[in-house]
Design a protein around this ligand. Structure first.
Ligand SMILES: C=C(O[C@@H]1C=C(C(=O)O)C=C[C@H]1O)C(=O)O
Length: 355
């Protein structure tokens, strides 16, 4: 067996040499693409091109009977693209930190382990960092399929001059971490309110619903707090518990196991049309009868499929609201452009659909 193993490993080594040679060759060309982009000052990140490459390669692999399927090819190539982008231009990525948040996990899934990250302690700070050009990209959560939208993200999209350039859909699994083996000794529970509210059944069945709840800005911050408070527990991600060395007691404790969060990547440019795009806008309606109906009628007339509509408060002395709307299509589509031009709408971005 040892001899056979050695032979196989020798084969692997020579294939790795070929892969390395090809990767270096690829990166030389990527650098040239980067130079072109830098002279024209155009964006490095082209998610629609990356998606197209993954699609083409998985079809090729299928056709040729290769072992690798879509997901494996995607995982390998997203890492290659992330390194390519860093070679083209080293750009900072701000995200809702601290490190170990689900947002960090989402950011790494697109920008890789090798990128320059800037963890910030609240969502609005991420928007500020993009608006002030401290970072090129920002990653923030926008909605969860059980808790609904993240209000501060919608409000910040209205307040800051940034554009949505991509979205990321990620499965979220919460864990319960604590130094206490006996749950009866737990005096405080730290978590982000959304994380806490997603685990109410678990808290009830384990007699933890009456324990004092201390809201934190993120689930990673909750793990950090629990690391310094032996009499507490945290609802957080597995990676955060590991990062801050708090023992993991339970995993996948969320009520809805199909718990998913949608994140957006914000930046300062317009993305190219891919054919499978989504557009986000903010719409204001006059406060008279039928105004919202008239607005929605326009979407029907232009045959635009609405994906989401959410009302948000004006935050003035009235109870008036504005609307955040997602719909199918790209601003370069005629019907989309027409509706945006004809209404009191703020365009937030058109981007490749992932959710
Ligand atoms: C190399 C490019 O830049 C980036 C990296 C890509 C890659 O490594 O293939 C693809 C798209 C861009 O996000 C490009 O635009 O072609």
């Amino acid at each position: 067996m040892e001899k056979k193993l050695q032979e196989l490993r020798k084969e692997i080594d020579s294939i790795d040499n070929e892969i390395l040679k090809l990767l270096n060759k690829r990166m030389e060309i990527v650098k040239k693409v980067g130079e072109l982009k830098n002279t024209s000052n155009s964006p490095v990140y082209r998610p629609e091109r990356e998606k197209e490459i993954i699609k083409r390669l998985s079809e090729l692999s299928k056709k040729e009977g290769g072992i690798l399927g879509y997901e494996e090819i995607e995982a390998i190539f997203l890492e290659i693209f992330a390194i390519s982008r860093t070679l083209e231009r080293k750009e900072r990525i701000a995200f809702l930190g601290p490190i170990g948040t689900y947002t960090h996990q989402a950011a790494e899934s697109r920008f890789g382990a090798n990128a320059k990250y800037l963890p910030l302690l609240n969502i609005e700070a991420v928007f500020k960092a993009i608006a002030n050009k401290e970072a090129k990209y920002g990653v923030v959560p926008i909605e969860n399929n059980t808790e609904g939208v993240v209000g501060v993200t919608l409000d910040s999209l209205k307040k800051y001059d940034v554009k949505i350039v991509s979205e990321i859909c990620m499965d979220i699994h919460h864990s319960f971490a604590s130094y206490q083996d006996d749950l009866k000794n737990i005096k405080r529970i730290y978590s982000h309110p959304q994380g806490y509210n997603q685990c109410l059944n678990f808290l009830e069945t384990h007699g933890l619903l009456d324990v004092e709840f201390i809201p934190t800005e993120s689930t990673a911050k909750a793990a950090q707090m629990a690391a310094e408070d032996q009499e507490s527990g945290a609802i957080c991600s597995k990676i955060a518990a590991k990062l801050y060395n708090v023992p993991l007691l339970f995993e996948k404790i969320e009520d809805n196991l199909a718990n998913r969060t949608r994140f957006i990547i914000i930046s300062d440019f317009k993305t190219q049309k891919s054919g499978n795009d989504k557009t986000s806008v903010i719409a204001k309606t006059s406060h008279k009868s039928g105004a919202l109906f008239e607005l929605l009628k326009k979407f029907k007339e232009k045959e635009i499929n609405l994906l989401k509509i959410e009302s948000r408060p004006n935050k003035d002395d009235t109870f008036n609201t504005w609307f955040y709307i997602d719909f199918e299509g790209h601003i370069d589509d005629e019907n989309v452009k027409e509706i945006i031009d004809s209404e009191d709408m703020l365009w937030l971005g058109s981007y490749l659909r992932d959710c």
